[in-house]
Design a protein around this ligand. Structure first.
Ligand code: GLN
Length: 308
């Protein structure tokens, strides 16, 4: 019998893994370096809209790269699919901020690495950066089922200190694949990464993808089913950067990792989930987040490729 996520004890899982001490907190900007390494939250949301969460699931962090699936979704929606011609969908086997584009095309390799997310953030509807910021905020709010704040300090510092992101944006300008100014591209992307969520909210966002684009809490159709399917497919192949293969083997659930230690998971038709814990492994994946995801996958039979 398939285990019931409504009965799963998330606090017991949290306590089982909380003594794990591996990993380092990201130090790319002061706000991330100040993250509490003890923070550890797990949440899941089922298609009937039930939200289940552990302790800490209301602690706020910046969404960072866990925003990338949603930027891809909004770009697909707003360009009526043209985004699929503008960004590749192949895994890179390289780190999230590698200064490298797809050979031959000058496109970003996929929407889950920084190059790709800089591009997808530039493709959402809006004639100028402020309009694109507003479009992204409205889109993320629909995925989350509520308005989300932006941490202005994080947005400012990431814009200022994101030298590799500026390099990537300039490289795409040089290749003709980025059509807005490099500085505008980095500003909009940095602001999206600075969106504030907690584990519970991020789990609702993942559940909206897992439910074919319909938010299970509000009932709103946020994106068409085809867009949700495309996004989840690319999460499966590219969502954990150069750890994507290892993740798929061990967890088997499409997911997106981030430097704040947030991971969003989407198990289509089953549930959305989020795990937050700042210490990261060498691929920039939350260590406790990966362990908790493996346990959830095993205990709730979520692995995409396990025959049952
Ligand atoms: N804002 C971060 C950056 O662009 C996001 C990276 C991440 O979470 N992996 O460097």
């Amino acid at each position: 019998m398939t285990p019931d996520p409504h009965r799963y004890d998330l606090d017991a899982l949290r306590i089982r893994l909380i003594d794990e001490r591996e990993g380092e907190v990201d130090d790319s900007i002061p706000q991330l370096a100040d993250a509490d390494p003890e923070l550890f939250a797990i949440a899941l949301v089922t298609p009937d809209g039930t939200v289940r969460s552990s302790a800490d699931a209301d602690v706020e962090i910046s969404i960072q790269s866990a925003v990338k699936p949603f930027l891809f979704a909004l770009a697909l929606l707003d360009t009526e699919g043209e985004a699929l011609d503008r960004v590749g969908i192949e895994p890179t086997g390289e780190s999230f901020d590698a200064v490298k584009l797809e050979s031959g095309t000058g496109r970003p390799p996929n929407p889950m690495v920084n190059a790709g997310a800089l591009l997808t953030a530039s493709l959402v509807r809006g004639a100028d950066p402020a309009a694109r910021d507003a479009r992204i905020a409205a889109g993320l709010a629909a995925f989350a089922g509520r308005d989300l704040a932006v941490d202005e300090g994080v947005a400012h510092d990431e814009h200022l200190l994101g030298d590799r992101n500026h390099a990537l944006a300039h490289l795409m300008r040089a290749e003709g694949t980025m059509r807005v100014s490099a500085d505008d591209a980095v500003a909009v992307y940095a602001r999206a990464c600075a969106t504030v969520v907690d584990a519970e909210t991020l789990a609702v966002m993942g559940a909206t993808l897992a439910c074919g684009g319909v938010n299970p809490r509000t009932g709103e159709r946020v994106v068409p089913a085809q867009v949700a399917r495309d996004v989840v497919s690319v999460m499966a192949t590219c969502g954990v950067y150069d750890g994507s293969g290892r993740w798929m083997r061990a967890v088997g659930v499409p997911a997106k990792s981030s430097v704040s230690g947030a991971i969003v998971l989407a198990a289509p038709g089953r549930l959305g989930a989020a795990v937050v814990s700042p210490p990261l492994d060498a691929q920039g994946t939350s260590v406790r987040g990966r362990l908790a995801s493996e346990a959830l996958s095993d205990d709730l039979h979520l692995h995409s490729f396990a025959a049952r």
